[in-house]
Design a protein around this ligand. Structure first.
Ligand code: URA
Length: 237
């Protein structure tokens, strides 16, 4: 459903360094098994979460994993870091192999908190992050100075960033109180929210992501806590 696929001969050739002619023979001899079934056709496709065995050796047996974390500030959105605690360091109850298979779906800055998604399903994360999908990301922002309607107009119009030579997609800004706003982005450029408020010389004091698409941060998760997504949540994206 959410998986990327390879032809079995290409897959085995990459995994075991065997040439395609020998793989054809292996298949004909019934030595390749996918999800418990002997496969003979070279054109059979292997998806990311299929169990693949060759001569009884398991080449692949991954279970899809989808996690939401309430990221605290001060933790890096990376899977490995020599100096800082990473978001993966916060996850509990997973095997080393599971943790090593994960990647982050849409990073948050070191001092940003809130909803962070991790998965080992690259097709799922690609779908979520694709610019065409325009998945909404909802942020609460506390500013140093007061807001006014000029902000909403500027966010809705888009801002030109010369460094990347892009104009930001229309974004929604709702003023919640004098210096607190809710911002909805459909993209995720580098430090986007801080840079957009930077245009008004209004420093961001606190930034928190509360939703990505239909997925809202579970209010039961304290900062640093995580849980698996339900199948319904996975499919809602
Ligand atoms: N915009 C930012 O500036 N930082 C984030 O972490 C997310 C959006």
């Amino acid at each position: 459903m959410h998986t990327k696929s390879f032809r079995i001969d290409r897959y085995i050739s990459q995994q075991l360094g065997i040439n395609r002619r020998d793989i054809k023979l292996m298949l004909a001899q019934g030595r390749v098994v996918i999800n418990g079934e002997i496969i003979v056709e070279v054109t059979t496709m292997v998806a990311e979460f299929d169990r693949v065995e060759c001569d009884g050796k398991v080449l692949q047996n991954k279970t899809p994993l989808y996690i939401m974390l309430n990221k605290p500030t001060g933790v890096v959105s990376a899977t490995k870091d020599d100096q800082h605690t990473t978001v993966v360091d916060l996850l509990e109850g997973y095997s080393r192999a599971e943790l090593e298979s994960l990647h982050i779906v849409g990073r948050l800055d070191l001092n940003t908190s809130g909803l962070l998604l991790l998965t080992n399903d690259s097709a799922w994360s690609r779908k979520l992050m694709s610019p065409q999908a325009k998945v909404h990301k909802v942020y609460q922002v506390e500013l140093a100075n007061d807001l006014n309607e000029d902000y909403s107009l500027a966010f809705a119009k888009g801002m030109y960033f010369s460094y990347e030579d892009i104009t930001t997609q229309p974004a929604e800004l709702k003023i919640l109180s004098n210096n607190v706003a809710e911002v909805v982005l459909t993209e995720g450029k580098y430090h986007q929210i801080k840079r957009m408020f930077g245009r008004f010389r209004n420093p961001v004091l606190a930034l928190h992501r509360s939703a990505v698409g239909h997925l809202c941060l579970d209010p039961l998760l304290k900062p640093g806590q995580s849980r698996r997504l339900t199948p319904k949540e996975v499919n809602a994206i």
